[in-house]
Design a protein around this ligand. Sequence first.
Ligand code: FE2
Length: 436
Amino acid sequence: MQPGDLWRKPRLCYRAGVLDILLRGARLPGAATLQDLGVVNGRLGLPEPEARLTMDLKGALVTPPLVEPHIHLDAVLTVGQPRPNLTGSLFEGIAIWADRVKSLTVEDVKRRAEKVLRWQLANGVQHVRTHVDVCDPELRALRALVELRQEIGDQMDLQLVAFPQQGIFSFEGGSELMRRAVGLGADVVGGIPHYELTRELGIKSVEFTFALAAEHGLRVDIHCDETDDDHSRFVEVMAAETIRLGMAGRVTASHTTAMHSYNNAYAYRLIRNLARAGMHVVTNPLDNSVLQGRFDSYPIRRGHTRVKELMEAGINVCIGHDSVMDPWYPLGYGDPVQAAFVLAHYGQMSGAEELPRLIDMITCNPARALGLEDYGLREGGSANLVVFDAASETDAIRLVPRRRLVLRRGRIVARTEPARTTVVWDGREEAVDFQP
Ligand code: FE2
């Protein structure tokens, strides 16, 4: 369902007189005409003539909050520590992280993670699922993020994934650490089967993750087949477990880059099984565009999951940011639109009907994967929304503009003054708005 569809069928229940905010001239995703939106008592209501604050959006795109389904907040802002990654490769990144992790403290993790959460909020992100490395006998990163989740309260929604970076059965005490992580308050159970020592341990780790999640009524989100090895085939095990345990809609496979290299007959069968299982997929175009294909001579594979085929099969595909300035990816400022921009190129999603779908992949699609309730622009729903400095979904991808306004429960929680650019042409200074 598109966010705009909800608004077009308003339930006439929320007229409360003077509005707190009236947003005139909003363009909702997929809508041909402009719409006025009212905000009262933190909820979206029908437009009324009177409001304490009226803003003319002049046709700016308005979406529900951006949703970040895949980030590693415990590693953010560590780029260059204790040394830079000179090759930019995954394996140099892992070696650097192994050194950096020695100096990890609860305060260190909280300070960096909170900074990036502020960046994300400024970018319109209000719901975040972060993977948290639990291969640490002291569980410092998880304790930090459990504390931070408590401290930020209702400012943003944070889901924590117990993520065994070194493996569940290939790291001493890994399975016990996963159980302790769930006891400490992890919302989602993770895994990394392709990193386990053997294929058998990989399968065992997937079964362990599902059993732990089922036991505690939690969701599953596994880093799965994040490699160029076409023999890495653990997503099929995830599909089988999802079907066996009846966990449709509660399971996400992240990365799945090996799918790029599978033969087409195998990929065809696998994708149908993922659809049958009702699984979600998160693709991370920023990290995987720089990390994959590193063992190839020319031609170099893109090493990217099969986004279009997955979507054609009806599978819910979302875009994740993954890293922000860490040993694996030195760039980024937590903006999902940057990741969508890269996927437009990397996933060849430049078709006229494909570009707008990239906005779905950072809003309503990840909202489904995270199981968010009270999400979307609908009358009576929470007044959580984002105003882009762009007139359409395609322009939002083209310009990657700052977010003009972010509302959370009807309150302005982020705003950007409109930028004004001029150029001197034939000796005269004139404004440029980058519109045709
Ligand atoms: Fe990841």
